[in-house]
Design a protein around this ligand. Structure first.
Ligand code: ADP
Ligand code: MG
Ligand code: MG
Length: 253
């Protein structure tokens, strides 16, 4: 079992403080939902865990099994088992999906995969996600539709087998069938890895959470986690929005 531990995390973008003291512990085997109104710091939290340079940590710690994550490069974080499925995946012309994935997979293995092993794994994952077989040879995300980019993030997750996956609005822009495929693949990962896989999902929609049931739910408002609970919290937010949070806690949204 692994533990990702966030303590009193404060993060700024430029001079503006975005996260104001986040405390969050995620164990492998758990699935956490992170909710909250737009612009309150959800993507900032996930991007900071992965080490995006635009986020400056001004206070607090992030550790993975006791090791200091904040002193690691993005590559190192990835090799240690962290994975971010981004809200807006980047297009990277000149780098094919297979170049990118093969080097990322090899970076975390002692013995590199043979070309045959790699192609087999890639074909298998492409099929599972019902993606075009030509995908391997195309440039990373270039010319992909919104839905294809999201599926490609899940394909990367499957092949990289992280200890912790952070999925930022992975359901946005997906039609019903694509959402089902994405959810099935996330669930397959949870079922095969069990206590070796932890998940954090950001989504606004109950639909995803019905398919991939969270064990823990957190609501982030103005840079702080202000409410925590289980699935009942998602139903309440779905029915009532965030007004009640504001009223109960006296917070301006
Ligand atoms: P969420 O994911 O909850 O919608 P974000 O973490 O993306 O929220 O954004 C949190 C806050 O950071 C917002 O107020 C947003 O406007 C601000 N922000 C994000 N990127 C930048 C940037 N490059 N410069 C200044 N402010 C930013
Ligand atoms: Mg947003
Ligand atoms: Mg966001």
């Amino acid at each position: 079992m692994s533990v990702l531990s966030i303590k009193d995390l404060h993060v700024a973008i430029g001079d503006k403080e975005i996260l104001k003291g986040i405390n969050l512990t995620i164990n492998t085997g758990e699935t956490h939902a992170l909710m909250g109104p737009n612009g309150n710091g959800k993507s900032t939290l996930l991007g900071t865990i992965m080490g995006h340079p635009k986020y400056k940590v001004t206070q607090g710690t992030i550790t993975l099994d006791g090791e200091d994550v904040l002193s690691m490069s993005v590559d190192e974080r990835s090799r240690k088992g962290l994975f971010l499925g981004m809200q807006y995946p980047q297009e990277i012309p000149g780098v094919t999906n297979s170049d990118f994935l093969r080097s990322a997979m090899n970076a975390r293995r002692e013995k590199p995969l043979s070309l045959y092993q790699f192609i087999k794994a890639m074909d298998h994952a492409t099929e599972d996600l019902e993606m075009d077989g030509n995908l391997a040879h195309r440039y990373l995300n270039e010319g992909f539709s919104g839905g294809e980019k999201k599926r490609n993030e899940i394909l990367q997750m499957k092949l990289l087998e992280p200890k912790f996956a952070l999925l930022d609005e992975i359901d946005s822009g997906l039609d019903v069938d694509a959402l089902r495929i994405v959810a099935d693949n996330i669930n397959e990962m949870r079922e095969t890895k069990k206590e070796d896989f932890g998940l954090v999902m950001v989504s606004h929609y109950e639909r995803l959470y019905e398919l991939v049931k969270p064990t823990h739910v957190h609501v982030l408002v103005d840079g702080n986690i202000v409410v925590e609970g289980g699935f009942e919290l998602i139903e309440k937010i779905n029915n009532e929005g965030y007004e009640w949070v504001k009223k109960e806690l006296g917070i301006e949204l």
